[in-house]
Design a protein around this ligand. Structure first.
Ligand SMILES: [Zn+2]
Ligand SMILES: [Zn+2]
Length: 326
């Protein structure tokens, strides 16, 4: 099989490697589509993310779909949950498996991810992809699940108002998730005009106003400052983005005067991916329209260029594509 490994900062290399051997609870999956995430961008540019640093060449990619190749479900198209919590620790047993300290996560730390032609992954984490969704659309289900988890933290209620600060793919999925939750007014902002325009086309308004809850999805202090400025006194601010340099700061007096509740959102719960699949299957969210670039595995330089420069929206790599059949 072919695998794309990150050897160091901005240093990706394609390798030929032996096919993976599935463990007892695993199936072999032929990977068909992998979305690139802001977290992959951190790994690529900084050689790590926060306090997790590259200690060996790592295969990135955690937003992925594919076709099962082994076992009773062979031939089934599936979306995969990239998180493998231990299931036994007190955090897992308390119903917070997404916070498990012993978590294995695709494309993070010592666990290779999905930017390769095939991988072995726990069968229980493979969720059937409905016929109505393409593989490329399916690669947006994991970030949609992340958006749904953030939505829960914001406690979005029908009729409430919300702001989304940072309109990359995750922000745009948040705008849509808020709409499906019955949030009437969604204010959005992004310094990049094409991203702000995308949020507007999905029903958000760019006109500033006070909101009940604010989501920071930019991963920088400017986005957080805007979120804090917009939210009403007593409101919630949910931090979804990942800051550069592992630091977040804000003006304490604004946050204190408003008595804000800050929530830090971490990935998603195991139930959020099936939830995302149901929403997408019902046609309540637009996924394919968020994809701005599709690349074969050997086109990784172009794919990561588009990701780094934030030229488009979602970048998707299709590891089974060999020729130029774009
Ligand atoms: Zn991600
Ligand atoms: Zn655990």
């Amino acid at each position: 099989m072919r695998a794309l490994r990150l050897h160091g900062t901005r240093d990706l290399r394609l390798h030929d490697e032996p096919a993976p051997e599935p463990g007892d609870d695993e199936v072999v999956v032929r990977v068909t589509a992998v979305g690139l995430c802001g977290s992959d961008r951190h790994w690529f540019l900084e050689g790590g993310i926060g306090d997790a640093v590259l200690d060996r060449p790592l295969v990135l990619g955690h937003e992925f779909v594919g076709t099962i190749e082994s076992g009773a479900r062979a031939g089934e198209r599936v979306a995969l949950d990239p998180a493998v919590p231990c299931g036994r620790c007190s955090v897992c047993l308390a119903g917070e498996p997404h916070l498990c300290p012993g978590m294995r996560f695709a494309g993070h730390g010592s666990a290779d991810g999905a930017l390769r032609t095939c991988l072995a992954w726990p069968e229980r984490l493979a969720h059937t992809l409905p016929d109505g969704l393409s593989d490329v659309e399916g690669s947006l289900l994991e970030p949609l699940g992340v958006a749904l988890h953030a939505l829960d933290l914001g406690n979005a209620q029908p009729g409430s108002t919300a702001g989304v600060f940072g309109c990359g793919p995750l922000g745009l999925l948040l705008v849509q998730a808020l709409r499906t939750a019955g949030v009437e007014t969604i204010v959005a902002s992004d310094p990049l005009p094409h991203r702000a325009a995308a949020a507007e086309s999905l029903g958000a308004t760019l006109a500033p106003r006070e909101v009940d809850m604010a989501f920071e999805a930019a991963g920088d202090d400017a986005g957080l400052a805007d979120a804090m400025a917009a939210v009403r006194p007593g409101g919630r601010v949910v931090l979804v983005g990942i800051p550069e340099g592992d630091r977040t700061s804000f003006t304490a007096s604004i946050a204190r005067r408003k008595g804000l509740t800050l929530l830090l959102s971490r990935r998603m719960k195991p139930t959020d991916l099936p939830r995302a699949i149901r929403l997408a299957e019902a046609g309540e969210v637009e996924l394919g329209g968020l994809v701005s670039g599709r690349y074969a595995l050997f086109e990784f330089r172009e794919a990561f260029d588009e990701l780094v420069e934030r030229r488009g929206l979602k970048v998707v790599v299709e590891p089974q594509r060999t020729g130029d059949g774009r």
